[in-house]
Design a protein around this ligand. Structure first.
Ligand code: NAP
Length: 527
């Protein structure tokens, strides 16, 4: 079979994929980008549900590596909307001239390592056959939606929508009875918008979540200027592997009164940045309990019906061990007459009927269903592709007991394969745009080193990988994360191994810098 030879295949045209493709192309590599969507944007292309916004401040949620992009873009609000972030992604694509490098509306179906040629043989669903020296999977941590699999699904008479694959045309909820299933970030952001239009909304909740108020607003000029003034320092700090924002020391030991006062910052509109400003929040039970108590007291103050308020108060996991949500008017939406909370702990969903959803207790008649069930996070986009490494070993088999990988980027036995923000990297626990940049720059350094020495193959040492996997596990065990049935733990997908997927350590970028400085001691290069 005739295969087109390229230097690299980059899968994904989100922020990380675009940067990777651009960086390689700029250095003269022949790059073929592949993207399932019709255009750039990654998660912001797909998640178009009403109310979708970023959950860290927009000024931080942007490329740090490209001065022209940075200075030519002006975010309008503290937390940008999905249309604005997608417009930003398009702005980046225009400046980088990235689109000609991509085949859009195309999926990689298989990638097999060709031992003899030191190349990846990559097939797509459009019948394209490629042979690439390097394969970079920039496929995103949250890109494979968890599909509803309730009995009777197809019998439902109305439209069914999935938040992670929202239609491009506006959805009209006016006068409709709507079921919203799930109470993660996607549901929490969309519910107030749906409830404002619909005749009636039933919110099906299995586990209540902690959500912090966005206090969204236009960005005042003074804030913009202050941010611009601190930019060089911030950029130097993150490049060096520091937090980029001022933090209290890790050994902070507040009195109970000081602690109760400090956790109030969760209500200051800082979103996920506020959670980082509470030292040891995900490690120290006393600190975490104080934060939980504070948020629950806020929920009780916001929700008029005390029974509903209690049902909305999370009690089964420590705050931040599931990613905290950032909302606009989520809790007060339950004060509306047209919103009903259905507590699935009192009776689970048994089936979808032609008229609606039937739980163990009742049938809820609706005209539309919105499924906000989350994602097969971090591994889903990688294991759904038929990736086979040395000796034809499928990645799925290599990861049977959980993702075995080094620095979240490389897998022993899968030479010349890189994953951007993969499992075992901090990715989703930090600003994911920056996390992507750190990985892209590392991959670029590896590829450049190989070109300089005329090498064609790089793999990671198995012992180094084992040590990294053990370290990732050990770091997680020292935290409260394993207590939650979260997607971080793979617990939201039946049958998925229960291991902490992201790396919780805060030294990741420092480690990457040290690895580059030491000339990649854990990697094995060959000509
Ligand atoms: P999620 O946080 O995983 O929430 C999924 C929801 O669906 C949970 O409430 C879950 O309940 C429920 N669910 C799943 N299967 C169910 C079943 N069989 N029956 C009943 N309920 C079921 O998903 P998400 O809301 O899409 O958010 C995922 C992640 O995407 C977020 O944590 C965040 O990282 C990212 N995100 C970010 C933003 C943003 O603000 N920028 C917005 C949306 C998403 P259980 O908790 O009981 O499993």
């Amino acid at each position: 079979m005739e295969r087109r030879e390229v230097d690299a295949v980059v899968v994904g045209a989100g922020f990380a994929g675009m940067y990777m493709s651009f960086a390689l192309r700029q250095r003269g590599y022949d790059v073929q980008g592949i993207e399932a969507a019709a255009d750039v944007g990654g998660t912001w292309y797909w998640n178009r549900y009403p109310g979708a916004r970023c959950d860290i401040p927009s000024l931080l949620y942007q490329y740090s590596w490209h001065e022209e992009i940075r200075t030519s873009w002006r975010w309008s609000e503290k937390y940008a909307t999905q249309p604005e972030i997608l417009a930003y992604a398009n702005h980046c694509a225009d400046i980088l001239g990235i689109r000609p490098l991509y085949r859009f509306e195309t999926r990689v179906t298989a990638a097999h390592w060709d031992e003899a040629a030191d190349r990846w043989l990559v097939d797509t669903d459009k019948g394209e056959f490629l042979s690439a020296r390097f394969l970079v999977m920039a496929t995103g941590a949250l890109s494979v939606p968890k599909e509803p699999d309730f009995p009777g699904l197809d019998s439902f008479n109305g439209p069914q929508l999935v938040t992670g694959r929202w239609p491009h045309q506006p959805v009209d909820f006016k006068g409709k009875r709507v079921a919203v299933v799930g109470t993660g970030s996607s549901a929490i952001q969309s519910l107030p918008h749906i409830a404002a239009e619909a005749a009636q909304v039933y919110v099906f909740q299995r586990t209540p979540n902690f959500s912090l108020p966005a206090l969204n607003a236009p960005i005042p000029d003074e804030e913009r200027e202050a941010f611009e003034a601190m930019w060089p320092m911030y950029k130097a700090s993150i490049d060096a592997g520091e937090a980029g924002v001022e933090l209290l020391p890790e050994d902070w030991e507040p009195t109970d009164e000081e602690l109760a006062e400090h956790v109030r910052i969760l209500w200051n509109g800082g979103g996920l940045v506020s959670t980082v400003q509470i030292p040891r929040l995900t490690k120290d039970e006393r600190i975490n309990n104080a934060a939980c108590d504070f948020v629950r007291s806020q929920i009780r103050a916001l929700v008029n019906d005390p029974v509903v308020a209690e049902k909305l108060c999370p009690t089964s996991f420590p705050i931040s061990t599931k990613r905290a949500c950032v909302d606009t008017d989520y809790y007060i939406t339950f004060n509306r007459d047209n919103v009903t909370l259905v507590d699935l702990t009192e009776g689970a969903i048994e089936e979808v009927t032609p008229r609606g959803i039937r739980t163990a207790n009742a049938e809820y008649e609706v005209d539309m269903i919105v499924w906000a069930l989350g994602f097969d996070a971090m591994t889903g986009a990688l294991t759904r592709v038929d990736i086979r490494g040395e000796e034809g070993r499928p990645l799925k088999d290599a990861w049977y007991a959980g993702p075995a990988m080094w620095m979240g980027m490389m897998v022993a036995g899968f030479p010349n394969l890189f994953t951007i923000t993969g499992p075992g990297s901090p990715s989703v626990l930090m600003n994911v745009i920056l996390a992507g940049e750190h990985n892209v720059e590392f991959v670029q350094a590896v590829v450049e080193r190989m070109r300089a020495r005329g090498q064609t193959r790089v793999t990671v040492d198995e012992a180094a990988q084992d040590a990294w996997v053990a370290h990732v596990r050990q770091e997680a065990e020292g935290t409260l994360f394993p207590r939650a049935n979260s997607w971080y733990m793979g617990a939201n997908i039946p049958g998925k191994p229960r291991v902490m997927l992201p790396y919780v350590g805060t030294d990741y970028k420092k480690r990457l810098n040290a690895i580059v400085a030491a000339d990649f001691p854990d990697l094995r290069f060959s000509a």
